[in-house]
Design a protein. Structure first.
Ligand SMILES: [Zn+2]
Ligand SMILES: [Zn+2]
Length: 257
């Protein structure tokens, strides 16, 4: 038995968006308040974090994430990685580097954007977080941590390669736009599929609702959840339009699998 907690289900500007008065942003409902996208998987008493956006500190306090066993970084965009420095708290708590899995393309970007993780610069008063980086590549399709098997696959958001993961019958694919049909081989017999969906109108870098629903139809999971939701997607009015096995995820949603 495992559990997933949605720490954030918003897009890169979250919701409410600064200075926006749209129906979603003006809403008082918790279902329309979305932090940057991230999930926590809990299995065998292990905490597995997928992505660490700029809202991570608030998310970690709210959900009492007091330890971190595995961190998976899907790709090197601000809304998924801006909280990297905050992970150094877990170095202090656990007295060891954080085990991090990522694609080699992502690792290359981390090295440039977060060079203070890799160089010792005494002029910096704060030391960078310490990671134990594990690069995942196309030669394999899974890795193991402890007794947990993670299956992984990649796809593209425009030209950027993004990592998707599967644990048991749960799969999480965020920031997907282009993919090879062989991805479906690893998405068979899913109980829960989580896929990103930015808005109704088409964009070059994200699924819109139509594309997300077409993808879900091909995968045919028992249940699908949409995340990485832009403020164009108002929770209640959009929920009515979705197909029967599909729901909008929301911050704080917890699912067992
Ligand atoms: Zn808005
Ligand atoms: Zn994103």
């Amino acid at each position: 038995m495992a559990k997933v907690v949605f720490l954030g289900t918003g897009a890169s500007t979250a919701a409410p968006v600064i200075n926006c008065r749209c129906k979603t942003c003006a809403s008082d409902s918790r279902y329309n308040k979305r932090l940057r996208p991230s999930i926590l998987i809990q299995k065998n008493r292990k905490n597995i974090l997928v992505d660490v956006g700029p809202d991570f500190r608030i998310q970690a306090i709210k959900h009492k994430i007091n330890k971190l066993d595995v961190f998976i970084l899907t790709h090197a965009h601000f809304d998924h990685m801006a909280g990297l420095d905050d992970l150094r708290i877990y170095n202090r708590i656990q007295h060891k580097p954080i085990r991090c899995y990522l694609l080699k393309e992502t690792f290359r970007e981390v090295k440039v954007k977060y060079d203070h993780f890799f160089t010792r610069n005494l002029q910096h008063h704060t030391q960078g977080a310490k990671f134990d980086f594990h690069i995942v590549d196309n030669k394999k399709s899974s890795f193991k941590f402890d007794d947990i098997t993670f299956e992984y696959f990649s796809y593209f958001q425009d030209s950027k390669k993004v990592l998707g993961i599967r644990v048991d019958n749960f799969a999480y694919l965020t920031d997907i736009k282009k993919y090879d049909d062989k991805i479906f081989d690893q998405l068979e017999n899913l109980d829960i599929l989580v896929v990103s969906c930015l808005r109704f109108k088409a964009t070059d870098v994200h699924f819109n609702l139509k594309e997300a629903e077409a993808f879900i139809k091909k995968v045919n999971p028992k249940k699908a959840y949409l995340t990485h939701l832009g403020h164009e997607i108002e929770h209640f009015s959009t929920s009515k339009k979705l197909s029967k096995n599909t729901s909008l995820a929301y911050d704080g949603l917890e699912l067992n699998f």
